[in-house]
Design a protein around this ligand. Sequence first.
Ligand code: CA
Ligand code: CA
Ligand code: CA
Length: 220
Amino acid sequence: MKIRALATTVALLFAGAAQADVITLTFEGVGNQASVNNFYNGGTDSLGNSGTNYGIQFGTNSLGLIDADANGGNGGNFANEPSPSTILFFLSGTAILNYMPGFTTGFSFYYTSSTAASVNVYDGLDATGNLLGSIDLTANFNNNCTGDPTGRFCHWDIGSLAFTGVAKSIDFGGTVDNTGYDNITFGSTNPSGVPEPTTIALLGLGLVGAAVTRRRRSNI
Ligand SMILES: [Ca+2]
Ligand SMILES: [Ca+2]
Ligand SMILES: [Ca+2]
C-alpha cells in the first residue's frame, strides 16, 4: 500500500457489429489498495492516480490491488490476471460501480474467488432500482495452477450477462479479500483480454506479507 502504480493503460476497443463501443476497465494505474473512486470518472483514486474518463465511478469499498510480484512483494496474492498487474477487490462491503449514462446489451468480466459470489446489475445508481440481471459465480480458487511467478489466486473465469434495459450500476459481490475482478467490459458479453500463462503460491487474495494476512485467511 506504500507504492503507487504509474502505468495508466486502459484498453478502448470497438465492438464490430454491436451498436455501442465496448469499454474495458483493466484497473491498470489504480494504486495498491486505493479506493478506485473517480479514477475512471475524470478524477482520481484515493492515492491521486487518474485514468481515462469514462464517466464511471466506484464506491469507496472498491479497491485496486497490484500483484505482489509486480509491486516489490507488497500487494495481491494472485497470478494470471487478464491484464497485468492490477485488479479490483474489496475489504469491506462489496464493490459497487456506477455508470450514469447507463449501458445496454451486455456486461462481462473475469473473476477469481475462493467462495461463491454474485454480481447484480441495476437500473439505478448505487445498486438501487430494478434488478436487471444477476450472475451467480462459483468458487474457482485453484491451487494447482502456476503463475507469474507466484499468486495462489491463479485461476480466472469469465462471467457474463446479457440483459434488456439500461443499467446504471453493478454490485460486485463475493467475500472480502477472497474475490477479485478484472477486465470489466461494457457493451459486450465477451470481456477483452486473455489470461496470461501461469503459478503457485500463498495466503489471502489481498496481502501476501505482514500480519494483516493472517487474520483474513480463514476462508482459504
Ligand atoms: Ca501478474
Ligand atoms: Ca502474481
Ligand atoms: Ca488488470
